[in-house]
Design a protein around this ligand. Structure first.
Ligand code: NAD
Length: 253
């Protein structure tokens, strides 16, 4: 097989929500595959930056709230100033708010939709304008298996993630003519700060053991192969698709 197919050398990537968890693993994974990376988050991203710099790749860290249009515009400007182009956007920033549907407030609903769905739209639109000028680009939106089936006590989260799948399909339909690929990834359960409470819960551990065909949750690094695939030339004819990485959980439902 042509080894260059998955090579990201010379590519410039932006990853949102990259100070920890899946975002950090994605940013470091892209750098390992050769990309230079703009690491963004509302939190401090210095640990992610240090890991990337150890790989002899270029990286800059920016404080960016994905729901704030002027932050996102600045993110694009600074990326262009530093790297001259944007080849890859990974829309990863996200939050989880759980609770019974009858108890969640409108504020809970609005916040989750704003970060998880509106934030991805703002980033895709702002970066997308540059990619349209460039006539190339790969956008990877992080959804969730919660967007594919009814997972109790996560109404706003699940709705936001189903929205991400639709955002992905619709942007793919609009921007194919500009040679921009837009795909999403639906992770199952990965060990991060977001899932910490679940993973310490005995009942949830049993649920994973009994319902996930591979009988375990995943490490953040297990997402990287798919991100590299979707960011690289290997996926040039793939767009509007959502790839499920869940140890088989949804396949076995
Ligand atoms: P995490 O909480 O460890 O990391 C999320 C990151 O997003 C944090 O660094 C946080 O500061 C950042 N963030 C939150 N709001 C932001 C905002 N407004 N602007 C910029 N950054 C913001 O969670 P994670 O598990 O690494 O989740 C990453 C993505 O993967 C999320 O979109 C999440 O919904 C999705 N996901 C995670 C799992 C899992 O099992 N961990 C499963 C499915 C989907």
């Amino acid at each position: 097989m042509d080894n260059d197919l998955f090579d990201l050398k010379g590519k410039k990537a932006i990853v949102t929500g990259a100070s920890r968890g899946l975002g950090r693993a994605i940013a470091v994974g892209l750098a390992k595959a050769g990309a230079d990376v703009v690491v963004t988050d509302v939190l401090d991203s210095s640990e992610t930056l240090e890991e990337i710099k150890k790989l002899d790749r270029e990286a800059i860290g920016l404080k960016v709230d994905v729901t704030n249009k002027s932050d996102v515009e600045e993110m694009v400007e600074k990326t262009i100033d530093k790297f001259g182009k944007i080849d890859i956007l990974v829309n990863n920033a996200g939050i989880l708010k759980t609770g019974n549907a009858e108890d969640l407030s409108k504020g809970d609903w609005d916040k989750v939709i704003e970060v998880n769905l509106t934030g991805q739209f703002i980033c895709a639109q702002t970066v997308g304008k540059k990619m349209i000028e460039q006539k190339s680009g790969k956008i990877i939106n992080i959804s969730s298996i919660a967007g594919l089936f009814g997972y109790a006590t996560s109404v706003p989260y699940s709705a936001s993630k189903a929205g991400v799948i639709s955002l992905t399909q619709t942007l793919a339909a609009e921007w194919g003519k500009h040679k921009i690929n837009v795909n999403s990834i639906c992770p199952g359960v990965f060990a991060t700060d977001m899932t910490d409470d679940y993973l310490n819960d005995k009942q949830f551990q049993e649920r994973i053991k009994n319902n996930v065909p591979l009988s375990r949750y995943a490490k953040p690094e297990e997402l990287i192969g798919t991100v590299i695939y979707l960011a690289s030339n290997a996926s040039d004819y793939v767009t509007g698709h959502s790839i499920v990485i869940d140890g088989g959980w949804t396949a076995a439902l």
